[in-house]
Design a binder for this molecule. Structure first.
Ligand code: DQA
Length: 147
């Protein structure tokens, strides 16, 4: 088995299920964790699924991924639109990062249209609700298989 796939979740995603369900759906983050685990197992990958509300913790986890992960699925939440530190961390680690969003930020408020993460990420999947995560796990599996 390759190294685990890190699936890292940023601020406010711990409130999924209660938080703006019309935007983010009714599934909880634990429901999404289970969906990812099922898909990853079918693709012979293991996952390490985490959430934090702290920007610096996301940076630390990206650094950890440098040696410990085969790839990273990252939903940075609102830090997507503010964090040069996440951009720098992704550039520093050399592990493919797949930016992932439940909603489609490009179709929402103008302040969500810019992503600091996108230019450093291998690619972005957005707008498919919890299926965005499943698609990101599939993309990660293809990247790992191609390595
Ligand atoms: C989000 C989109 C961000 O704009 C927002 O700040 C979030 C969630 C998403 O998954 O759709 O917290 O990353």
């Amino acid at each position: 088995m390759p190294k685990p796939l890190f699936i890292l979740n940023g601020p406010n995603l711990n409130l999924l299920g209660q938080r703006e369900p019309d935007v983010y759906g009714r599934e909880t983050l634990d429901d999404i964790r289970q969906l990812c685990a099922q898909r990853a197992t079918a693709l012979s990958l293991s996952i390490d699924f985490r959430q934090t509300n702290q920007e610096g913790t996301l940076v630390d986890w990206l650094h950890e991924a440098k040696d410990a992960a085969c790839a990273v699925v990252l939903n940075p939440g609102a830090y997507t639109h503010t964090s040069v530190a996440l951009y720098d961390a992704i550039k520093a680690i050399g592990v493919p990062v797949i930016e992932t969003h439940l909603s489609n930020p490009a179709a929402r408020e103008p302040f969500r249209h810019h992503s600091y993460v996108a230019p450093a990420a291998r690619g972005t999947i957005a707008g498919f609700g919890s299926t965005s995560y499943v698609l990101a796990v599939e993309a990660a599996a293809r990247l790992v298989a191609a390595q």
